[in-house]
Design a protein around this ligand. Sequence first.
Ligand SMILES: [Zn+2]
Length: 478
Amino acid sequence: MNTKKDNNLMDKIVSLAKRRGFVFPGSEIYGGLSNSYDYGPLGVELKRNIEQLWWDRFVHRRDDMVGVDAAVIMNPKVWEASGHLENFTDPLIECKKCHSRYRDSDFYEPNDLTNLRKDLQKQPPKSKPLSAGFMNEVAARMNEILEKRISEKGCIKCNNKNPKDFTEERQFNLMLRAHLGPTEEKANKVYFRPEIAQAMFVNFKLIQETMRKKLPFGIASQGKSFRNEITPGNFIFRTREFNLMEFEYFIEEKDWEKWFEYWRKEMKEWLTKDLGVNYKKVHEVEISPEERAHYSKRTIDFEYEYPFGQKELYGLAYRTDFDLKNHFKDAPYRDPDTGKEFFPHVIEPTFGIDRSVLVTLLEAYHEDKDRVVLKLPPKLAPYKAAVFPLLANKPELVKLARKIYDDLRQKFTVAWDDRGNIGKRYYSQDEIGTPFCITVDFESLEKEDVTVRVRDTAKQERIPIKKLSETLNSKLER
Ligand SMILES: [Zn+2]
């Protein structure tokens, strides 16, 4: 893969996103806030279209799924029961001088660990393989390399190059903390949710009973999560405040493999059919037991070939009955038909919304000579159509175009443009992915029809004004 070209692609997406109102750097007039972003007018349309399409596919079109929209800040006991207070940590080292924290991987050179592996083959540790002594010797040799790299590179913030002035690796909790109420005492300490899943677990009984749901069924949610990530980056790929959509699908334990496979296929369908992603760029990666979250018995990551490397896009996890058991202890689910009591098991498909937006933009971006075309699936496009009068200084054209624009706007998101010439307007709409451009010309005044130009083919056809809404509808359905 050509990295230089790919980095260019990322730069182009970031620049287009800002220039055309998709994504802005957060708090920009105050110098920004590291790794925070705001969705601009077109970005919020794209994001909401993705969220709505997801909700349609996984909630509205099914009879085994219901939704919930819960509070971001929950009783801290939730995080105790879920294991997050104890386990949601990252191993980090800290500069004692300025208290900046790093992953050890921030210091290693790309080949350091490969070389160490070769080294270990040449000069194996003296202890028996995989014994505690063996692991200690390996750790000591890794540490040697780390200290060397620290003394070369130093702390990014204060340039401290003395390895002795760094702490050993320690576990740091990734949850974002706050105090709820007027006093900053311990009793008021709360956490911003690091995932949206727990809302679906703690509301399980209320939802199951009020909606009279029987297994298998799912609870879906969309919303914000917060993680005090040490190394966010790559535009909206990893931010400390991010948007998730996911569902918990409750099943009997014996069926977990069947449902895992079922949802794996559904996630692929969503990516290819709804987001228009080329699946050749997606890799389903089996996560090893050591790397899995503390609650999971099987996890697949859906990784995508971003311009900055192959990294996580979505996740699919089998969470067993871990969460419901911890929350409901002596009050299990009772099967309405058989009266059998047990804790349901859970399959959890997770979809990052911001990553969905990023991947949709990357996949849609096309260049045709000096023309940029965002080939968004029409359902996702911020504007479904744009309306132009051929000439801005002919009142009769403007009047008719304005009427068409006002009518269509009741049903679709529609843009208006009367600046410059037609070519420039097409160019401008192509760049933001508007699938159809409608031009009112002199012929329109006599024949009551307009030119509709299609983004992806640049082909034009005449459509009666009366049939515009109907035609757009049928084209958007495809
Ligand atoms: Zn420092």
